[in-house]
Design a protein. Structure first.
Ligand code: IPM
Ligand code: MN
Length: 353
């Protein structure tokens, strides 16, 4: 294949982990005879500082014309602590999702055998946990009508039938490819929007007779995820619930620095780690590059390059087993490896495989 990749390093630790993702992408392409070209673009606080817009038109065009976007992270404390800021780095992320029509956010929750002890949950509960959260990404409260004055404020949680149908379809299809168990997460006992989700899911379920479909209220799902994470195979939910549940899911595996994600929809798909920009670690060479590297694995898998994805996963597993790890997951007497060293080790493994 010939891959045209838009690279959006963004803010904080973004640029450091981005380099590692790109190096892995290049190494895998060399190994498997693919060609790859990269086009770099501004986003987030970096783009606000340079051109006054967190998702400039030029960035949008570069993304639109690429086969895939490799995204790192956006966010900067100087905006977090300024509630009157007119533009925020996060708006860049939301604009990218909306403009590229990325309605399906796929967030896998996985565990790594050698890191089970890092999970705040008991090892026997998390050992073998492996599920996908499919989060609707371009609708609901994030994008619904908003109002704010000094005495009143609201956000509207609106969903239309086509929006619900297309994301549920993604859920059913992933369930078919996996263990054929779909959990539709909603708040249908209270919210009208959730009742429509549930109604449509019930209409669609008979078309997937092999899939066991169950329905769970979001409060119950939040509890079940920590009580019995192995219950889940594929869960599908609306934007806001998915935002909250995927942060919860990320801690199951012991480090946020390990989990990738894919956002897909109408235009170019985006692959990004689920962790944020971790500004405190910027430039310190301590951020874990594995979530970004695993995002590259998801990129290959999206294009049906299964062997390429599998090799990256194998290299990542091998690095963890060899204790080539960044500080937050390193063993007590383990050697010191930084972002660059872990990335270089993975690249080297790929070249030699
Ligand atoms: C995420 C993030 C974003 C979201 C923020 C940065 C806007 O938390 O990708 O989960 O809320 O969707
Ligand atoms: Mn979030």
């Amino acid at each position: 294949m010939n891959f045209k990749v838009a690279v959006l390093p963004g803010d904080g630790i973004g640029p450091e982990i981005s380099v590692q993702g790109v190096d892995v992408m290049t190494a895998v392409c060399e190994k498997f005879g693919h060609t790859v070209s990269y086009e770099y673009a501004l986003c987030g606080a970096d783009a606000i500082d340079k051109v006054g817009d967190p998702f400039p038109e030029e960035t949008f065009q570069i993304c639109k014309n690429a086969d895939a976007v490799l995204f790192s992270a956006v966010g900067d404390p100087k905006f977090d602590n300024n509630p009157t800021a007119k533009v925020r780095p996060e708006q860049g992320l939301l604009a990218m999702r909306k403009k590229l029509g990325l309605f399906a956010n796929i967030r896998p929750v996985q565990t790594f055998k050698c890191l089970l002890h890092k999970s705040p949950l008991r090892a026997d509960l998390v050992d073998g946990a492996d599920f996908l959260c499919i989060r609707e990404l371009t609708g609901g409260m994030y994008f619904g009508e908003k109002y704010q004055d000094n005495d009143k404020a609201y956000d509207t949680n609106m969903y239309t039938r086509p929006e619900i149908e297309r994301i549920l379809k993604v859920g059913f299809e992933y369930a078919m490819k996996r263990n054929k168990h779909l959990t539709v997460v909603d708040k249908a006992n209270v919210l009208a929007s959730s009742r429509l989700w549930r109604q449509i899911a019930q209409e669609m379920a008979p078309a997937y007779p092999e899939v066991t479909t169950d329905y769970m209220y979001v409060d119950n799902a939040a509890m079940r995820m920590i009580q019995e994470p192995k219950f889940f195979d594929v869960m599908v939910t609306e934007n806001t619930f998915g935002d909250i549940l995927t942060d919860e899911g990320s801690c199951i595996s012991g480090s946020m620095g390990l989990l990738p994600s894919a956002s897909t929809g109408e235009s170019t798909p985006v692959f990004e780690p689920i962790h944020g920009s971790w500004p405190q670690a910027k430039g310190l060479n301590i951020a874990n590059p594995l979530a970004q590297i695993l995002s590259v694995a998801m990129l290959f898998e999206y294009f049906d390059c299964k062997e390429e994805g599998a090799l990256i996963r194998k290299a990542v597993d091998a690095s963890l087993d060899a204790c080539v790890r960044t500080p937050e997951i390193q063993v007590a007497d383990g050697a010191k490896y930084g972002t660059k060293e872990v990335g270089a080790w993975v690249v080297d493994y790929i070249k030699r495989a």
